[in-house]
Design a protein around this ligand. Structure first.
Ligand code: FAD
Length: 397
């Protein structure tokens, strides 16, 4: 059987390798960029957080996250790690559950996949962008600018629109829409937040372990905690990515910049410091407690003059500001900056047990092009591996 896979990302490579396990299949993998796995190389800050041992549907989103259940069960985390081990990749699982290559290099993941793709029944064609697909009496026709291909079974693994510099594109949605499929609204998920930068612009590059409370119309929408990174436009970091899908302009973020201490304990501690060094400039008061630049910004936000003596400041008010540092959300960064796309091709139009289209038999889809996206922490790649494996079975087993 002739199989074409469109897209040489995580899901597409897994689907192509799986389809090629049946030696009677010939598989052509078409990739628009000049190499496969380009986005994979950038994942996990170059380390590739390829999975998470906690991957179950509670970590996935979309109109119907339960669509991901069968794929995640049939080719779960351990199956994925065993599979990569069989390709030559050793992995390590951090205490948080995040899985990385033992080499700590994303290129190891791409390389083992690339080597495996050098099988005789797989033809990998890079710099080959598919511009149209159509149904034939039997099978599908696939067109690039210069060539037409025919296949019995077609797997669309074009990914989502997030991370355009790394290959993110809306082409997958367009190709599948041309076959009668529909797309839910797409939006950036796992993305940096734009905030009022009047005070925080001075914090560019500063990282803090913070608690985050997201408030909408005065009510708490959700809470999170973890690493927060200040940027010139707002805030970033894993803890921010995780709440980004819920944040909207006009919402309020309250950062707890000193998580280990309760507010009362912190007030007491600051009062002791104040009593010991009443004439010390306020600028130095928070030294040793938070990042120096952060300390200065907290004081400025509170309206204090940095050079005034410590005894002039209200420690109760300062402790409260450290525990509830407010930032007005003005928006999110765009799809080009996002790690993943929320929304995509409607999963109700596909079979969860095969990834085959309900509208077009013999047409399969995998990965981010579908309306499934995961939390930060390896869940998106696990979805790509699991759904890619299922799609590559081409409806068999
Ligand atoms: C900066 C960044 C960091 C990330 N870090 C992590 C992480 O650590 N862990 C994690 O789980 N997830 C991470 N993600 C998300 C994860 O990379 C994606 O969810 C995952 O790669 C999706 O896999 P996919 O196969 O569906 O799509 P992709 O990996 O995007 O692959 C799609 C491929 O299809 C090709 N293509 C598209 N259209 C066509 C066409 N018409 N013709 C031919 N080829 C086409 C594209 O060029 C691309 O190579 C990160 C994303 C970004 C942007």
């Amino acid at each position: 059987m002739k199989v074409i896979v469109i897209g040489g990302g995580a899901g597409g490579m897994m689907a192509a390798l799986t389809a090629a396990e049946n030696k009677t299949n010939t598989v052509t993998l078409l990739e628009r960029q000049n190499r496969v796995g380009r986005k994979l190389l950038a994942t996990g800050n170059g380390r590739c957080n390829l999975s998470n041992i906690h991957a179950d549907i509670s970590h996935y989103h979309g109109d119907d996250p339960s669509f991901a259940k069968i794929a995640l069960e049939r080719f779960g985390v351990q199956d994925t790690l065993d599979y990569f081990k069989s390709l030559g990749l050793l992995t390590v699982t951090e205490a948080s559950g995040k899985v990385y290559p033992f080499s700590d290099q994303a290129n190891s993941v791409v390389d083992v996949l690339r080597f495996a793709l050098q099988r005789t029944n797989i033809d990998v064609r890079c710099s080959c962008e598919v511009i149209a697909i159509s149904k034939k009496a039997r099978g599908y026709s696939v067109k690039t600018a210069d060539e037409s291909f025919y296949c019995d079974k077609l797997i669309v693994a074009c990914g989502g629109a997030a991370g355009s510099k790394l290959g993110g594109t809306e082409l997958g949605y367009k190709l599948l829409s041309s076959m009668g499929h529909s797309c839910t609204p797409i939006a950036p998920a796992l993305v940096q937040l734009k905030t009022d930068t009047a005070f925080t612009h001075a914090l560019k590059g500063v990282r803090a372990d913070a608690g985050i409370t997201l408030k909408h119309n005065g009510s708490v929408l959700l809470r999170n905690a973890g690493e927060v990174q200040f940027t010139d436009f707002g805030i970033s970091g894993p803890a921010v990515f995780e709440i980004s899908r819920f944040a909207a302009p006009g919402d309020l973020l309250l950062l707890d910049l000193l998580r280990p201490m309760e507010e009362a304990e912190l007030t007491e501690y600051l009062l002791q410091k104040q009593a010991l060094t009443p004439d010390m400039p306020l600028e130095d008061l928070l030294t040793g407690m938070v990042h120096n630049r952060l300390g200065r910004v907290i004081l400025q936000k509170g309206g204090w003059d940095l050079s005034s003596p410590t005894h002039t400041a209200d420690m109760k008010k300062l402790a409260h500001l450290i525990k509830f540092f407010p930032l007005d959300i003005t928006g999110t960064m765009g799809l080009d900056q996002a790690q993943v796309t929320a929304g995509g091709i409607r999963t109700s139009e596909f079979r969860a047990d095969t990834m085959e289209s309900r509208l077009n038999p013999g047409l399969f889809a995998t990965g981010e092009v579908l309306d499934i996206d995961g939390d930060c922490g390896g869940y998106n790649l696990q979805w790509a591996w699991s759904s890619g494996r299922l799609a590559g079975k081409l409806g068999g087993e």
